[in-house]
Design a binder for this molecule. Structure first.
Ligand SMILES: Nc1ncnc2c1ncn2[C@@H]1O[C@H](COP(=O)(O)OP(=O)(O)OP(=O)(O)O)[C@@H](O)[C@H]1O
Ligand SMILES: [Mg+2]
Length: 240
């Protein structure tokens, strides 16, 4: 379970998270929507401890992410994060790219890392691309490789930050299908997305962020058909 309690975070004079309270339970798919600069990416990077917070608490299965005693490297193995773009090592094959983290971070043997990487690449539909170099793959394939790479660490939580927004519209579908598959397998996920149709279909709940505040959170049907907050209404009208 991810517990976020009254989290505040500023960059210099700019407060970008203004007291966020949110609990994501095991197996839940939460999507986060909201305008540019509303704090969505910052929230994700705070959850896996990439960014410090100013006050409040974030707990992952009871472990306080920002406590001094917390081993962040260990904690991050639990939380995979996939960004808009991931720069794979160009001189390594797809397989080698995905093998890297389990070997370096988890210290698994080369053979075991290869087993894991083959399994995860097959899982995201890239079994035919193992020995290809990343530059030879489409944007959608590269994003699926990035997802496989995160999955290779056997995370319990996955955070996705607009993983389809740098893609050609033609390639968005295959990446969303991969996310749908993970959701249906019971992965606990927080997805920041601009894909409203996807958010509506796949989420257990949708959170709308506005200027550092979680203005509204609800089940997708409720949020999309009967938004309560005036800013949610405005945002949804603008995205249609
Ligand atoms: N490292 C940083 N240093 C300074 N300001 C930052 C930093 N990261 C983010 N910000 C600022 O914090 C605010 C929130 O940024 P964030 O990236 O969380 O927004 P977002 O909701 O993800 O937006 P987008 O939809 O454009 O990705 C923005 O005003 C941004 O400029
Ligand atoms: Mg962002």
């Amino acid at each position: 379970m991810i517990e976020i309690e009254n989290v505040r975070k500023s960059f210099g004079p700019l407060e970008v998270l203004k007291g966020i309270n949110l609990t994501v339970t095991k197996g839940e798919v939460l999507t986060v929507i909201g305008g540019s600069g509303s704090g969505k990416s910052t929230l994700l990077t705070c959850i896996n401890g990439l960014e410090p917070i100013d006050s409040g608490k974030i707990r992952l299965d009871g472990t306080e992410v920002h406590a001094k005693s917390t081993d962040l490297n260990k904690l991050r193995q639990k939380v995979g994060i996939v960004f808009q773009q991931w720069n794979a090592f160009p001189h390594l094959t797809v397989l080698e790219n995905v093998m890297l983290a389990p070997m370096k971070v988890r210290g698994v043997s080369k053979d075991r890392a290869e087993e894991i990487a083959v399994k995860q690449l097959t899982h995201v539909g890239l079994a035919e691309k193992l020995s290809v170099f990343p530059s030879r793959m489409s944007g959608g394939q590269q994003q699926r490789m990035a997802i496989a790479r995160a999955l290779a660490m056997s995370p319990e939580y996955m955070l996705f930050d607009e993983v389809t927004s740098a893609l050609d519209p033609m390639l968005v579908g295959e990446v969303l299908d991969t996310l749908r598959m993970l959701a249906s397998e019971g992965m606990t996920m927080i997805c920041v997305t601009h894909e409203m149709k996807f958010a509506r279909e796949v989420s257990d709940r949708v959170a709308f962020f506005h200027q550092g505040v979680m203005a509204e959170i609800a089940e997708p049907d409720r949020l999309f058909t009967a938004p309560q907050h005036p800013e949610t209404v405005k945002f949804l009208a603008a995205t249609h």
